[in-house]
Ligand binder design. Structure first.
Ligand code: HEM
Length: 347
């Protein structure tokens, strides 16, 4: 059995998961694999960025073979072949983690169908991304396909973030039948934060398609004016900053739950760092280290935004979250075992 039905508390007394909710908390293995999955999906964006930024995109000019006669890179392909083939090999690391994740939730798939489905989607994303990577090679690094490859990675990062969040739900949270943490005013704002984050990423990809880092010196560009698309790219970024300020104001004013406050502060910090990197790389004419950091920043921002939305729409927990009705649990199980301070609730 890979999922815990017992959670240790700071007092040493175990708290059992709610039997009536039918949803046991995830084991340490499941939680660790979920985090590993998120880290691996972010990691492969950075290594993929290294391929593009070192102009190694066609280091292996064929796919699925590296060259017409060899599955692996050959000495003739030089350092670009090593970089591109190395990135292809990382797919297997991602696949190993994804398989382990599916395996670890397999037995509990009836009770934790949420974890199981997310794990299967993440696993299915790997061949899809491998094929899309192959299409980028076949099309000689068409900037729209390269951009699509990046966007699919962002979708996988969102799924991996939801998986981590769901794997870290405590029995109390799983059993809660209350309404969401964010109030009516905040909920649309959180939705807007998600949409604006997505738009910032989408338009960033279009800027890259117009810029100098094509992945190979001979690769085509999308033909758009880089300065103009950069100006358009920063519009949702400004709106995102504005929406974050309003959300933080509302959260502090209504003393909304600390979980939501910390997730919003984390997103704000990532957005600000990402914006500083964005402007610096723009004014320094796109040095590859900064562009690589901007890609990492986009991945972290995607995860942070997904975390905010998940937190805001997650259910209030009696005894923990301000304003949660005490009776709002699906069962008397975990929530009725004592006061919140005694429970080792992970946030
Ligand atoms: C919320 C903040 C931001 C996000 C989420 C974001 C996201 C992105 C993404 C996803 C890319 C494409 C990466 C790739 O395809 O490899 C990108 C590229 C770019 N971004 Fe941003 N960005 C943000 C802020 C900014 C700001 C404030 C600027 C300032 C001008 C900026 C300038 C650029 C430039 C110049 C590129 C093209 C880099 C290249 O040619 O390789 N970004 N951004």
């Amino acid at each position: 059995m890979e999922l815990d039905s017992v959670i240790p508390t700071s007092t040493g007394k175990p708290v059992h998961s709610s039997p009536a909710s039918g949803a046991p908390a995830a084991s340490k293995t499941v939680r660790a694999l979920a985090v590993a999955s998120l880290a691996a999906n972010i990691g492969i964006v950075v290594t993929g960025g290294a391929v593009r930024l070192t102009a190694s995109g066609l280091g292996c000019p064929e796919w699925p073979l590296c060259t017409p006669d060899s599955l692996t890179t050959t000495p003739e392909m030089g350092v670009h072949g090593i970089i591109e083939f190395g990135n292809r090999l990382l797919t297997f690391v991602l696949a190993a983690i994804a398989f382990a994740m599916v395996f670890s939730v397999w037995k509990a798939r009836a009770e934790r169908g949420d974890l199981f489905k997310l794990s299967v989607f993440l696993l299915a994303g790997i061949p899809a991304q491998a094929l899309l990577g192959g299409i980028t090679v076949w099309t000689g690094l068409n900037p729209w396909i390269v951009g699509g490859h990046f966007i699919v990675s962002m979708v996988l990062i969102v799924l991996a973030t939801v998986l981590v969040n769901r794997a870290w739900l405590t029995p109390r949270q799983l059993a809660s039948a209350n309404g969401p943490l964010a109030n009516r005013t905040l909920r649309p704002l959180l939705g807007a934060l998600g949409v604006l984050s997505g738009l910032s990423v989408l338009l960033g990809v279009v800027v890259t398609g117009s810029g100098p880092h094509a992945g190979d010196h001979g690769a085509a560009r999308n033909g758009l004016d880089p300065d103009l698309v950069t100006r358009i790219h920063v519009v949702p970024v400004y709106l995102l900053v504005f929406a974050l300020i309003v959300a933080l104001y509302l959260v502090y004013r209504h003393a909304t739950d600390g979980r939501l406050r910390s997730s919003l502060l984390l997103l704000t910090a990532v957005v600000l760092v990402q914006a500083v990197i964005g402007y610096t790389q723009h004014f320094l004419h796109l040095p590859i280290v900064l562009v690589g950091l901007h890609m990492l920043g986009a991945s972290l921002l995607t995860a942070a935004a997904a975390h905010v939305v998940f937190t805001g729409f997650s259910k209030k927990v009696p005894g923990i979250d301000a304003g949660a009705p005490a009776g709002g649990t699906a069962s008397k199980g975990a929530a009725s075992t004592g006061d919140a301070s005694k429970t080792n609730v992970r946030r």
